[in-house]
Unconditional design. Structure first.
Length: 256
């Protein structure tokens, strides 16, 4: 091959690579825009006249609650019973519109979980399921606190002591939740329960709104463990968490 032919071939290949790169980038931009439009459409589809509708259970949630908390998505909690997935309750997630971030678990802003029972349930069974999910998460949080190291890589005695105390406070709140729920024998289908997770500087970490009253809890470790059940790395309903994240993305893209 002559020098001229070689140069021409190289030039053509360079243009092809450049075109392919441009095409790939263009497709990526289209894909991102498509996802944003899809998220917006899904959000509009779920919210009707200020009401968020969970499609499988037809449970309804207010689009906004309190001051500045807005729903970003909903889903369903299922439990396997005799080889069947039974829909236990619908769940919606709310964020503080003026301060929210994509960090649903660790973001320092007010959040809320709203639940509507899709079937009758004994109060003790509802608590037992929460206890099963929350208790090991409290232990994990305490372990993470206790194993923090100083700048020299040594475990800190004071941190271990603080972790133990924090775990005890969290477990006390979990027991207090049991006592609170034991006042009601049965949770009928349609029963609504809400958990409001306050920002880290708040003296009240968690508010539970149920049975026409509000119960408060002070342990932020307990509140984090409960929130982790829904938006942590191993949520009890992965599809619901995906919906929450999609709703946050839709809310974010609506600003652009």
């Amino acid at each position: 091959m002559s020098a001229m032919q070689s140069s021409l071939s190289t030039s053509i290949n360079d243009r092809r690579c450049s075109y392919q790169s441009l095409k790939t980038n263009s497709q990526a931009k289209v894909s991102i825009n498509d996802r944003k439009r899809f998220n917006k459409r899904q959000q509009k589809k779920m919210i009707r006249n200020g009401i968020l509708v969970e499609e499988q259970t037809k449970a309804k949630f207010q689009e906004t609650i309190d001051d500045g908390l807005i729903a970003v998505g909903c889903g369903v909690r299922e439990k396997k019973v005799a080889f069947m997935n039974v829909k236990v309750y619908a769940v919606a997630f709310y964020v503080e519109k003026s301060k929210y971030t994509k960090q649903l678990l660790d973001g320092d802003f007010t959040k809320a979980i709203a639940i509507e029972l899709a079937r009758d349930c004994a109060s003790k069974d509802f608590y037992a399921a929460l206890d099963e999910a929350v208790r090991p998460r409290i232990a994990r949080i305490a372990t993470d606190m206790a194993t923090k190291e100083d700048c020299d890589g040594n475990f800190m005695t004071t941190t271990a002591e603080e972790a133990e105390e924090a775990e005890e406070r969290a477990l006390d709140d979990l027991d207090e939740l049991k006592r609170f729920m034991s006042g009601k024998d049965k949770l009928p289908s349609g029963e609504k329960i809400a958990f409001v997770f306050n920002a880290k500087e708040s003296a009240i970490a968690l508010e539970m709104r149920a049975f026409s009253t509000t119960k408060t809890f002070k342990s932020h470790e307990f509140a984090r463990a409960l929130l982790d059940v829904y938006v942590g790395d191993d949520p009890i309903s992965p599809s619901a968490k995906d919906n929450f994240l999609a709703g946050v993305a839709a809310l974010e893209s609506s600003k652009m």
